[in-house]
Design a protein around this ligand. Structure first.
Ligand SMILES: *[C@@H]1O[C@H](CO)[C@@H](O)[C@H](O)[C@H]1NC(C)=O
Ligand SMILES: *[C@@H]1O[C@H](CO)[C@@H](O)[C@H](O)[C@H]1NC(C)=O
Ligand SMILES: *[C@@H]1O[C@H](CO)[C@@H](O)[C@H](O)[C@H]1NC(C)=O
Ligand SMILES: [Zn+2]
Length: 968
């Protein structure tokens, strides 16, 4: 599945923005790849949250099943060959007001081992009964089929169970026929319904999301990834609509139902041999654009007619062809299908889904509108398309056998999506940005004692909820990070050679992750590359145990050691590791500017004389953060690094400038280095123009803002940041010809946002005047918003913070009229930036009126308000006063109490607040639902914040005060 945002897109953008208050914690966890279903599971938000159960820590295994149908896994007695499925979704409600679909299906299967039992997945389907049974069985090739004895639906394991009066014969093939009706609900799973308005007309479409276990909600099927088969699909749909599926359609024909309805019947060519979770079918009245018909692969982009007419699919169409040819070269295998459809859906749970030949997307992940979309929106489109296209081979052509290997599938697609995006947008530095977007973020999660290993045991991943829990940031981002590390120590070329052999060997089949290691090993051997151990033995350390090491280098002796890095040094790791939390660490380094060979740290401690330095030298390890570890040095080397940063920072590669900041702040949180050392790594920023170091500093300083923006430390801290950002602000003023041009470089466009948001929030001269004037110009001319889309979030927020009710009401009106989701999200956030308590209170009231703010946005909005230091106590009072109402009316689906508790309490850091939390827990003990564990985390985090403040407040105050008074 594609990347989905754990929280809404705008928050990811807002992370970049420290407008009037910090929105992110030190650990920028805002972006976690997850799907809707896992939205309700809170990801730990600070060092100290220690109770979130991840996959692999499964403890509630069901009691030992007695009967075959009580097992969550299919027996291996039957094996599907092909399906013939006809489905008819009704796009108008039936007399009971329900939307339904009906269908019938024949599955042809081989009996592999003699059995008198048929288990086939089926969920929430109602069957037509034939002589009292749910299905009809026929033998193929003249043999006679056993009689049915008993059939029923086994709900917990989602089976249709059929007992036969005599066994089926091994080696024979049979056909099972079923006829059924299901609900076309708006539940975003299986065959579901999506709605939107076009020109005031309400439109309904039918679409699918099968991964991981919802194909069984559309028709009975052997719904496991290894049960590959050929699918012959037919869809029945109204005139005026089009039907799409994985393969190309035949000429549609007109049919008349027995009740006299005139409809269209569209059949599709047989699919390749494939897994059920990759099926897709859509009935809609969308428009499309397509590539040149002469091309070998037909590429089409589908979306709402309006979006297509406005050209919003053009960017996706332009990029799909090049990315496909990049992957053809990279994998050394042609694109396996004849066509590639990509469709943008108004309602979609994840970011996108790699259905083979018919990729489905959230609108924001496929459509791009240069007039209103930011460069971040554009990057998102390019990387998500690249991610999904990468799956067409890796995942779809070759599929892992079971969900426990999901990390390989998703980690791989995430890693190579940056290569594909780098190929098609070579100026964007995408291969560097993976460090910011994936690696640094997931290190924060993986440094918690509650993290979990990448690889799970097959037996620990049985039930649909276990499978769903695997779609987390460890799977996507750490998966990507360790594959990037592997690719760097065996070289990209050897990696791609091994990959190509793997795909060739297993095409149309299933694998376990060791199959990839084996092929990479062959490629390594062929290339004559020397490794200290086999690929498998090295990688086991990284995938079978959670976490990663901090490597400490003493540059006076060359002594190197490693230790499991835990953000909270007091946390207890109660999961034993067969490797004792030691890793085989590939160490690269530069010594005074010159790159050195790789060194393998294979034990807890070692000495490498090459890593000692002379009196005037410095050393930095983990070049470009290719390795998944943090680095600490002896204090002399730290000092020399700081000096080098202050005098000639360009001598250090840009990714490492970001790494030094991120490592230092995290080591300080773990009490391995001092907080003043961490702060000192930001001193050089007044000379820094690059995005990555600024962005890393922003994420880390956000925690300081959060902790201190209500205290006397705030003034000196603002003064310090003002001093650092002023030159950056001036730089962008010049670069953009007095703010009239958009910077050319992608990363400059991002860093311009940092310059403006820090500039305005710390009072850099001319900043607020600028944003206020732009906003005023828009207010004078509401139909002509000239504010650059890249800067809108910041400009809106800053202007609303400076303004009063007039500005607020204007922005609210614009939010109500917004027809583009990304624009509405930007405004929804910016409205929380006002400093007027009564406006914030009124805004909070709006949150509980669904006609004002959609239910799906309510928690985000309350959290935005809580992110504002003035809004924070108001939001806390508000949710306490309205808890009953919130609990009873916002309990469903997308609303997460956990997220709400986390958001509203994240800056809690006093005894008083701690007591309030305890009181809240006591008052609401019986109605906390999914918020219960978040409340525990909030208590724990508040304690940790109190400790941190006690240790650091004075020291941080003195440091900032000293810095602004000019003494260094
Ligand atoms: C199918 O029906 C539509 C609408 O009733 C009509 O326009 C079209 O010509 C018909 N096509 C065929 C092949 O009969
Ligand atoms: C990124 O693209 C550029 C330009 O095509 C290329 O030179 C570079 O090698 C690519 N980087 C990676 C990591 O593939
Ligand atoms: C830059 O823009 C501001 C306002 O937009 C204007 O007042 C100022 O004169 C401009 N400066 C230059 C050098 O063009
Ligand atoms: Zn994916």
């Amino acid at each position: 599945m594609g990347k989905g945002f754990f929280i809404s897109k705008v928050v990811a953008v807002v992370c970049v923005v420290v407008a009037i208050s910090a929105v992110a914690t030190i650990i920028a966890l805002s972006v976690v790849y997850a799907q809707e279903k896992s939205k309700n599971q809170e990801t730990p938000a600070t060092a100290t949250t220690g109770t979130t159960a991840g996959p692999g820590t499964q403890t509630t295994t069901p009691s030992t099943p007695k009967e075959p149908w009580q097992h969550y896994r299919l027996p291996d007695s039957l094996s599907p060959i092909s399906y013939n499925v006809t489905l008819w979704p009704r796009l108008t409600p039936n007399p009971d007001g329900l939307y339904i679909f009906s269908g019938y299906s024949t599955v042809l299967f081989t009996c592999v081992n003699e059995t008198d039992l048929i288990l086939i997945h089926s969920n929430k389907l109602n069957f037509t009964m034939f002589d009292g049974y749910h299905a009809q069985l026929k033998a193929v090739d003249g043999a006679s089929a056993p009689q049915l004895k008993k059939s029923w639906l086994e709900v917990p394991t989602q089976y249709l169970v059929i007992q036969l009066s005599s066994p089926m014969q091994a080696g024979s093939t049979y056909e099972l026929f079923t006829e059924f009706v299901g609900e076309l609900a708006d539940d975003l799973g299986g065959f579901y319904r999506s709605e939107y308005y076009e020109d005031g007309v309400r439109k309904i479409l039918a679409t699918t999301q099968m991964q991981p276990t919802d194909a069984r909600k559309a028709f009975p099927c052997f719904d496991e990834p290894a049960m590959k088969a050929v699918f012959h699909m037919t869809l029945i749909h109204p005139h005026g609509t089009v039907a799409l599926s994985n393969s190309m359609n035949y000429e549609p024909i007109n049919i008349t139902t027995p009740d006299g309805l005139n409809l269209i019947q569209t059949s599709f060519g047989p699919t390749e041999i494939m897994s059920t979770y990759l099926l897709a079918f859509v009935v809609c009245d969308f428009g499309f654009i397509q590539s040149d018909l002469g091309a070998e692969v037909l590429i089409r982009i589908w979306a709402r007619r309006k979006a297509i007419d406005e050209g919003q699919g053009a960017y996706a169409l332009e990029k799909t062809g090049p990315i496909l040819s990049f992957f053809e070269k990279y994998y050394k295998i042609p694109y396996p299908l004849k066509k590639s459809d990509q469709i943008a859906l108004p309602d979609f749970s994840a970011g996108a889904m790699e259905n083979w030949g018919l990729i489905t997307y959230r609108e924001t992940a496929l459509l791009y509108n240069p007039a209103v979309s930011s460069n971040g929106d554009k990057e998102w489109v390019a990387t998500v398309i690249s991610h999904e296209l990468a799956h067409m081979w890796f995942g779809n052509l070759v599929t892992t056998r079971w969900w426990n290997d999901l990390w390989l599938n998703e980690g791989f697609a995430t890693y190579v999506s940056y290569l594909g995006a780098n190929y098609t947008e070579p100026d964007w530095n995408m291969s560097d940005l993976i460090v910011l977007n994936e690696i640094i973020g997931v290190m924060a999660v993986d440094a918690l004692a509650s993290s979990h290993p990448l690889s799970s045991k097959e037996a620990d991943v049985m039930r649909p909820e276990d499978i769903n829990a695997l779609f987390d940031s460890i799977t996507y981002s750490k998966g990507a990070a360790v594959l990037r590390m592997l690719s760097s120590f065996i070289t990209e070329e050897v990696f791609s050679n091994g990959l190509s052999m793997y795909l060739e060997e297993f095409k149309y089949k299933n694998t376990v992750y060791q199959d990839l290691w084996k092929n990479l090993q062959t490629a390594v051997d062929n290339a004559g590359i020397q490794l200290p151990h086999s690929v498998e033995v090295i990688m086991n350390r990284w995938i079978l145990q959670m976490g990663f090491p901090v490597v400490t280098i003493d540059t006076s002796t060359g002594k190197i050691s490693q230790k499991h890095f835990l953000l909270n040094p007091d946390s207890v790791v109660d999961v034993p590791s067969e490797f004792n939390y030691e890793w085989f660490v590939p160490i690269t380094w530069i010594k005074t500017g010159a790159a050195k060979d790789q060194y393998w740290l294979l034990t807890k401690e070692a000495t490498n004389p090459d890593m000692t330095i002379g009196a005037s030298e410095w050393l930095i390890a983990n070049i470009d953060m290719k390795g998944f570890y943090r680095v600490n040095y002896d204090s002399e080397n730290w000092d020399r690094i700081l000096t080098k940063l202050s005098t000639q920072h360009q001598a250090i590669p840009v990714i490492n400038r970001a790494q030094i900041i991120d490592d230092a702040f995290n080591l300080a949180r773990a009490k391995i280095v001092s907080t003043t050392l961490a702060l000192s790594t930001t001193r050089f920023l007044n000379a820094e123009l690059e995005y990555m170091p600024w962005q890393t500093a922003t994420r880390n300083l956000d925690y300081f803002v959060l902790m201190f923006d209500r205290s006397e430390v705030y003034g000196p801290m603002q003064g310090y940041i003002n001093k650092k950002v002023t030159p950056l602000f001036k730089h962008f003023k010049d670069l953009t010809a007095n703010w009239t041009k958009i910077p050319e470089k992608h990363t400059d466009q991002y860093n311009q946002v940092n310059a403006l948001s820090w500039g305005c929030s710390t009072g850099v001269e001319g900043c607020k005047e600028l944003t206020t004037a732009w906003f005023k110009e828009w207010m004078d001319n509401p139909d002509n918003n000239k504010i650059s889309p890249n800067l809108r979030t910041t400009v809106y927020c800053s202007a609303i913070a400076e303004g009063g009710v007039v500005e607020w009401d204007f922005a609210w009106g614009m939010y109500r009229n917004a027809t583009i989701a990304s624009e509405a999200e930007k405004l929804l956030y910016a409205l929380s930036c006002t400093k007027q308590p009564w406006l914030l209170n009124r805004y909070l009231e709006y949150c509980l009126v669904p006609e004002m703010i959609r239910k799906q946005d309510a928690t985000f909005t309350i959290n935005y308000i809580a992110g504002n230091p003035i809004g924070q106590p108001l939001a806390w009072d508000f949710i306490r006063a309205n808890w009953d109402h919130i609990f009873n009316n916002y309990g469903g689906g997308s609303m997460s109490f956990g997220r709400l508790i986390n958001g509203v309490t994240k800056r809690f850091s006093s005894e008083f607040e701690y007591k309030q939390l305890l009181q809240f827990k006591e008052d609401n003990i019986n109605q906390l639902g999914s918020a219960a564990s978040s409340l525990e985390q909030a208590l724990e985090r508040t304690k940790a914040n109190m400790d941190w403040l006690a240790l650091n407040k004075k020291l941080v105050f003195d440091w900032f005060t000293n810095e602004i008074s000019g003494t260094v």
